[in-house]
Design a protein around this ligand. Structure first.
Ligand code: PLP
Length: 372
């Protein structure tokens, strides 16, 4: 039996999204920027997809900018905001961000931009109090992720945005792990920018979006043609945009149902593992993305566990799939001060809406074989 339990790394394409994409690859392949009637279909599809995406996060359509994915959206938001200020001001982020954010900040630091890092609590939460204490210098932007990719912890985004706005800075959130999985309303959250990625919610890979609140001025990402309101040049990827919008709308419609199913599967997994009497802890806070379960087994080795599970047909991750070559303790667990004897034996099981109880029981059984 093959069990895919690495949905925080990527998800299977929604078949309805695939069907919605097909015409724009094979028939209506015209360039949406052209003036002839053959471009009308793609142009209309682009407009409708923008409306659909906007609707799913409570934005206006002209606040949605299509990008090549989460990495690009994060790079754009952070560098675009920092470099558009008349003088370089501090950029602050958390120490548990994805590398798309952390390395964007490192790149800015190389240009002389001061960068500050907000530490998490042991549960992986960035508290508004920490933000209030640490944000002292004139700050251009603060970027704190909506939900962590390794542990699933959801951050108090609305409260953080309020503190940041009090300091006169812009607030960006990397919501790559959250969009399509938990309800999001950008107006209610009062964020200035929000990143998302299609392949994390059953859309295609290589497509994402950045929400930029009306009135927020940041540099354009790439220069060229006038696409995406002159801010992100390049011929539009209509098929992927349509696929992403279809997948997002479908996931948002069924969000509650998926949530219940995933929390039930989490219980099956954790109760099953507890019955094996293994010494393990779950990382992160109770407020988390449903299905994301980070487990640390005492005196074990995450990579060994990953390979042994793989031999049994089970796909999980040791930490962030995007840096799976690293064998050392992840920066997230380090920042949370997870004791070393646990941190080294960490794996992330990220269940998806299509996982079944039978599959979860197969994971428990595999653990029994490996550690029991
Ligand atoms: N941000 C977070 C929190 C992620 O989990 C990921 C991917 O794992 C990214 C950004 C990068 O997204 P993409 O793969 O679309 O570039």
């Amino acid at each position: 039996m093959k069990v895919y339990a690495d949905h925080a790394a990527t998800t299977k394409l929604d078949v309805r999204a695939f069907e919605a994409m097909k015409p724009f690859l094979l028939e209506e392949y015209g360039n949406a920027s052209q003036l002839y009637s053959f471009a009308r279909g793609p142009k209309k599809a682009l407009k409708e997809a923008r409306e659909t995406v906007a609707n799913c996060i409570g934005a206006d359509p002209d606040e949605i900018y299509f990008t090549s994915g989460g990495t690009e959206s994060d790079n754009w938001a952070i560098k675009g905001a920092a470099l558009s200020a008349p003088i370089m001001q501090t950029v602050a982020t958390s120490s548990i961000e994805h590398h798309a954010v952390l390395h964007s900040c490192t790149a800015l630091a190389r240009l002389g931009c001061p960068v500050a890092y907000l530490p998490p609590t042991p549960e992986g939460t960035i508290t508004p109090e920490t933000a209030r204490e640490r944000l002292n210098d004139p700050t251009r932007l603060v970027s704190v992720m909506y939900a962590n990719n390794e542990i699933g912890t959801i951050q108090p985004i609305r409260k953080l945005a309020a503190v940041v706005h009090d300091r006169g800075a812009l607030f960006h959130t990397d919501a790559v792990q959250a969009v399509g999985h938990v309800p999001i309303d950008v107006k209610d959250l009062d964020v200035d920018m929000l990143s998302a990625s299609g392949h994390k919610f059953n859309g295609p890979k290589g497509i994402g979006f950045l929400y930029i609140r009306k009135g927020v001025k940041i540099n354009s990402f790439v220069d060229g043609g006038g696409q995406e309101n002159g801010k992100r040049a390049g011929t539009e990827n209509i098929a992927s945009v349509v696929g992403m919008a279809t997948a997002l709308a479908n996931n948002c419609k069924k969000m509650n149902e998926h949530r219940k199913h995933l929390l039930y599967l989490e219980d099956v997994l954790l109760n099953g593992l507890r019955q094996l009497n293994l010494d393990f802890r779950r990382n992160g806070s109770l407020n988390h993305v449903p299905g994301n379960v980070s487990l640390s087994f005492r005196n074990s080795d995450g990579e060994m566990l990953l390979h042994r599970l793989d031999l049994k047909g089970i796909c999980v991750s040791t930490g962030s799939a995007c840096n799976s070559k690293e064998t050392e303790v992840s920066h997230v667990l380090k920042a949370m001060r997870v004791p070393d004897e646990y941190a080294k034996g960490t794996i992330r099981i990220s269940l998806g809406k299509d996982n079944t109880e039978e599959e979860v029981k197969a994971i428990v059984k595999a653990f029994k074989g490996i550690l029991g």
